[in-house]
Design a binder for this molecule. Structure first.
Ligand SMILES: NC(=O)c1ccc[n+]([C@@H]2O[C@H](COP(=O)([O-])OP(=O)(O)OC[C@H]3O[C@@H](n4cnc5c(N)ncnc54)[C@H](O)[C@@H]3O)[C@@H](O)[C@H]2O)c1
Ligand SMILES: O=C[C@H](O)CS(=O)(=O)O
Length: 482
């Protein structure tokens, strides 16, 4: 791996302001999903190191919160500048450990940096209130105070953005963060910690700990010092962490699994819908929480849409993320390949048609994009998150019917609808039981909007003003005796 700054490849954890190597030679390998080759090792740490990080975070968080918002913003802005300046190296590390094409990795670094930039600005806008008092000799003050020490746990699919989407607002609000990144993609997190240290984030305010997920997560959820758990990952693990946090009544931010419906009405601009579904379905090789998992196409335009989609999918190039022109990198691991294949096999066994798709090359984690037609609601894809490059086309003929079917899942993260009718657009926006709705848009992720889900897709929001509020507590003071 050729980096302009080799110092960004960290094979140690950042614990309480120190770079800590493995203890008793306990390391975890990090492998390249394109080749299976080992690219680095990171320490396998656990409960003790996590508790040490939590205690130091508790010690330094107060001073950080006592700085003015502008002072915190200045440090965040420096972190933003360093991330942008090191985009090439960060993207190289990200592609090497996660597999996405380099161009897409650079896009993620830009997206990740945007949260740091946004919250450097928002830090100065966490306003309070003065409420007209019910007592003549008293005033009602509403102020905002940082929650304190935050335990963060993040997934592998966006190894940079899922971290800054938490750390940006947390640091802006005056909080400290103890982070456990995903075992498949720790290097990006550790590189971000290196840049945070260079930017002036105080020693101990930010720790990045790799190792035993259960032990680290257990320490974070059980410690009374940790006031909030901010988790991004599967719904199953989210529920586990929620239960583990109950004894200390922690605040929770849960960004969990999705199963996005993508609805194409008979009056939609079909070419725009095709452009939208190509992004919503195949970004990150279909490994995003907001990927179009179920594509509902009105009967009147079904054949046209399917034919045009197949033509676009045929042009997609699958390959190593460093290969020129690669559109889809590998899936993250063999289990992901097996799950995607099982969804395809299940659909075909129940009567779906493979409109287009090359066989998955055995012994690799590359998965050629597939288009399945004549899907029905009995198939696994209709109720489970596929997390791979499979476009599954369902038919519908009536708006009320498709809304009912779209809502008939336990998740509620992202949804999409294409129509030229304003009244139908509003009907979808208001009737779809999802935290986010893209109307005639296939890419909805931005730092300026509140990202998050309803039902079993999670709690809280990340991004926008709401993302900062989630790291603040409201305090009411009745200032009497005046
Ligand atoms: N809603 C969102 O914003 C969002 C964003 C990205 C990914 N996701 C979801 O995440 C999933 C894919 O990511 P993943 O495979 O990394 O999910 P995952 O739940 O398997 O892992 C997520 C993180 O949790 C950790 N973890 C696992 N078991 C744990 C335990 N017992 N205690 C503490 N930590 C534990 C993992 O090591 C990892 O760091 C998908 O379901 C996807 O939809 C959601
Ligand atoms: O996988 C879910 C992430 O939140 C993806 S993104 O925010 O849409 O890039």
């Amino acid at each position: 791996m050729k980096l302009h700054d080799p110092q960004l490849l960290k094979q140690a954890c950042y614990v309480a302001g120190n770079w800590v190597s493995a203890i008793d030679d306990a390391y975890t390998p990090v492998t390249n999903p394109s080749t299976g080759e080992r690219i680095a090792t990171v320490p396998s740490l656990g409960c003790d190191e996590t508790l040490a990080a939590i205690h130091v975070a508790d010690k330094v968080q107060g001073d950080w919160a006592a700085r003015t918002a502008k002072e915190r913003a200045t440090v965040l802005r420096r972190w933003y500048d360093l991330i942008v300046e090191n985009t090439q190296d960060l993207a190289t590390i990200l592609t090497l450990e996660q597999g996405k094409p380099l161009a897409e990795a650079k896009g993620e670094i830009t997206y990740a940096a945007s949260f740091v930039e946004w919250y450097a600005e928002e830090a100065k806008r966490s306003y309070g209130e003065l409420i007209p008092s019910h007592k003549p000799d008293a005033r009602i003050l509403i102020s905002k105070q940082p929650i304190g020490v935050v335990g963060a746990i993040t997934p592998w699919n966006f190894p940079a953005a899922m971290i800054t989407r938490k750390c940006g607002p947390a640091f802006a609000a005056g909080c400290a963060v103890v982070l456990k990144p995903a075992p498949d993609t720790p290097l990006t997190a550790l590189a971000l910690a290196e840049l945070a240290e260079r930017a002036g984030i105080p020693a101990g305010l930010f720790s990045v700990i790799t190792g035993d997920a259960g032990a680290i997560g257990g320490a974070l959820t059980e410690s009374p010092i940790v006031k909030k758990i901010s988790f991004t990952g599967s719904t199953g693990v989210g529920k586990l962490l929620m239960a583990q946090s109950a004894d200390t009544v922690k605040k929770l931010a849960l960004e969990l699994g999705g199963n996005a419906p993508f609805i194409v009405c008979d009056d939609a601009d079909i070419d725009k819908a095709i452009a939208g579904v190509m992004v919503a379905k195949f970004r990150n090789a279909g490994q995003t929480c907001i990927c179009a998992n179920r594509i509902y196409v009105h009967d009147k335009v079904y054949d046209e849409f399917a034919a045009k989609l197949v033509e676009k999918v045929k042009a997609l190039k699958v390959g190593d993320g460093f290969e020129d022109g690669a559109n889809l990198g590998p899936l993250i691991n063999a289990a992901a390949v097996e799950k995607v294949q099982s969804h395809i096999d299940d659909a075909l066994a129940k009567g779906a048609t493979l409109a287009y798709g090359l066989p998955q090359p055995e012994g690799t984690q590359f998965f050629p994009p597939q288009v399945l037609t004549e899907m029905d609601d009995s198939m696994l894809i209709a109720s489970e998150e596929t997390f791979g490059p499979v476009a599954a086309l369902f038919r519908f003929s009536d708006d009320d019917e498709v809304i009912r079917r779209a809502n008939h899942v336990s998740s509620g993260l992202a949804s999409y609808a294409y129509t030229r009718s304003l009244s139908r657009a509003f009907k979808f926006s208001e009737s779809l039981e999802y935290g986010m709705v893209g109307i005639n848009e296939g890419l909805i992720s931005t730092e300026v909007a509140p990202f998050g889900g309803v039902k079993e897709s999670g709690l809280g929001r990340e991004g926008a003003r709401q993302g900062l509020e989630d790291f603040l507590e409201i305090k009411y003071t009745l200032m009497g005796g005046l």
